[in-house]
Design a protein. Structure first.
Length: 271
């Protein structure tokens, strides 16, 4: 009587087992999907790969070779004034000197009673060199840019606008002033006009120009060079005024090249 009902009892049991298997798979499958996965290494433009700090053999990378500095031109013009301060210069105490100041790239030598000047404190050549500057008279009637310079161990001055404002020449040559020696010349200088002044000192000659006109061309052989006592404080190199306000700018100096010195005549044409 019970055998006909056995399949019916087994079928529900098998169905429950099959259902359990299906349910177990459906539960565990999402769990596997939710487990964190290892992220793949990526490279973006924002974080580029860094170069290696060392070579493959472990040595540090070589630094780029430094470019050698160009040798300085020993014969180029060298400025003696920075355009802003009196660095490298001192103001001699003549007694009664005017104010010395820098204004808009210009050294102003104020009206003195009688003299005002500046003296260079650095090292300069004594021979075979050339000096140049621009100068003007802004007040007064006497020299406004007299330059004292060395000729070897002897000092000399190039007077610009002395003796009532017109005398130009070397002071002193054979103990004679610029007003009455073989270099004496006369120029009517204009107030507030810039003049280019250049002095060339070689072993065999002293030469000087104002603008493009050569004012001094003297063979040094057989001559004695000195200075007046008034400019003694300008030694070995300085610029001064006398009862006059003067202004200077762009003072520069350079060494003469050997070939330039070789071309300078030793004697005057009338010797």
């Amino acid at each position: 009587m019970s055998r006909p009902y056995l399949p019916r009892l087994l079928c529900p049991a098998a169905a429950w087992c099959l259902l359990a298997v299906v349910l177990n798979l459906s539960v565990t499958a999402p769990a596997l999907a939710d487990e964190p996965q290892p992220e793949a290494a990526t490279t973006t433009e924002a974080d580029p790969p860094k170069p290696a700090d060392t070579k493959p053999n472990g040595d540090k990378p070589e630094k780029p070779a430094e470019k050698p500095e160009k040798p300085k031109d020993l014969f180029a013009w060298r400025p003696l004034f920075d355009g802003k301060t009196l660095k490298g210069w001192k103001v001699p105490e003549f007694g009664g000197e005017g104010e010395v100041k820098v204004k808009k790239g210009v050294i102003v030598l104020g009206l003195g009673d009688p003299m005002t000047g500046i003296t260079y404190e650095g090292e300069l050549p004594k021979v075979n060199y050339e000096f140049r500057m621009e100068a003007r008279r802004t007040m007064g009637i006497d020299f406004f840019a007299t330059t004292t310079f060395p000729y070897g161990d002897s000092p000399c001055s190039f007077v610009v606008g002395g003796w009532a404002g017109t005398v130009v020449g070397l002071s002193c040559v054979d103990w004679y002033d610029a007003s009455d020696n073989i270099t004496t010349k006369f120029i009517a200088f204009k107030d507030k006009q810039w003049y280019r002044i250049r002095i060339r000192v070689s072993e065999q000659r002293i030469e000087a120009w104002i603008d493009d006109e050569k004012m001094v061309d003297l063979a040094t052989k057989g001559h004695k060079f000195t200075i007046r006592d008034e400019v003694d404080l300008c030694q070995p190199f300085g610029i001064c005024t006398y009862c006059t306000e003067g202004q200077i700018r762009k003072p520069e100096i350079r060494l003469l090249k050997p070939e330039e010195v070789a071309e300078i005549p030793v004697r005057d044409r009338w010797d």
